[in-house]
Design a protein around this ligand. Structure first.
Ligand code: SF4
Ligand code: SF4
Ligand code: SF4
Length: 254
């Protein structure tokens, strides 16, 4: 049975992850096409915010990568000429614990203080539910098994399957944990991958501090939040002031 992924479901794919802000305006499938048209290619881990200005195109990170993941952009590439990037469908980043590519960078384009590959943000995975086998009701879950941060970056969520009693187990990304390594893209068995690495800057929104998600324990104003508990602790009564005296002139304690 085919599950039609509506625009709302497509947006829900990402929104289900903790800490996701907003994805208003476009269906995910449409968004993935837009990201492809813009030609985003993931950067090496630990890339500085000013990466393209700081990178001196020396290629040392490319040489240091034991998996030949990184390569320098040639003429006509989607990223600036001579800068390192990778194509996850060909060779993903295998998330080396010792991050050798970062350690050799002489210019600070890759930040040498970066030492936890789980905190890398090379891009962010996004799923097109209309071509994802699992979202369409088949069992696949290759991306789930291949993800080095499974159950954190990539989760399987049960969804009702129309009239069938068997649920669909659909992959969902949590952008708070996804590193953009692309191992999921590499393993995806569909003809054109149903999962892609896209530019977080062009996709992730920010919810704004004036919205209150009071039902979430990690949020301010939830009674379970430790900071909130502290605020609700009984306070010592304030010493009476002049106004108290005027309001109650009969009270001998004032
Ligand atoms: S973390 Fe490892 S696999 Fe990934 S780009 Fe760096 S050296 Fe290559
Ligand atoms: S590997 Fe591809 S088709 Fe399979 S569940 Fe993941 S995104 Fe869907
Ligand atoms: S890019 Fe894919 S495999 Fe890598 S952390 Fe994100 S969801 Fe997991």
């Amino acid at each position: 049975m085919t599950i039609k992924a509506t625009r709302r479901q497509a947006i829900g794919l990402l929104l289900e992850g903790a800490g996701v802000a907003a994805a208003a305006g476009a269906g995910l499938a449409g968004f993935v096409s837009t990201a492809r048209a813009k030609g985003f290619e993931p950067l090496p881990p630990g890339a500085d915010a000013d990466f393209y200005n700081k990178c001196i195109r020396c290629g040392l990170c490319v040489k240091a990568c034991p998996y030949d993941t990184l390569k320098l952009a040639g003429l006509g590439a989607k990223v600036p000429y001579g800068t390192p990037y990778f194509e996850p469908r060909k060779i993903p980043c295998y998330m080396c614990e010792d991050v050798p590519c970062v350690k050799v960078c002489p210019s600070g384009a890759l930040d040498r203080r970066f030492d936890d590959i789980r905190k890398a943000r090379m891009g962010i995975a996004a799923i097109d539910p209309n071509s994802c086998l699992s979202w369409q009701g088949l069992r696949c879950e290759v991306c789930y098994r291949d993800c080095p941060l499974r159950d954190k970056a990539l989760l399987l969520k049960p969804h009702p399957r129309e009239l069938s009693k068997h649920a669909v187990f659909a992959p969902v990304i949590d952008p708070d944990h996804c590193t953009g390594c692309g191992l999921c893209v590499y393993g995806c068995p569909t003809q054109v991958p149903a999962i892609n690495i896209i530019d977080p800057k062009t996709f992730l929104g920010r919810i704004g501090e004036h919205y209150r998600l009071g039902w979430r324990e990690d949020q301010p104003h939830h009674p379970g939040n430790p900071a909130e508990k502290l605020q609700q602790a009984p306070q010592a009564p304030a010493a009476p002031g002049g106004l108290d005296f005027l309001n109650n002139m009969d009270d001998p304690t004032l």
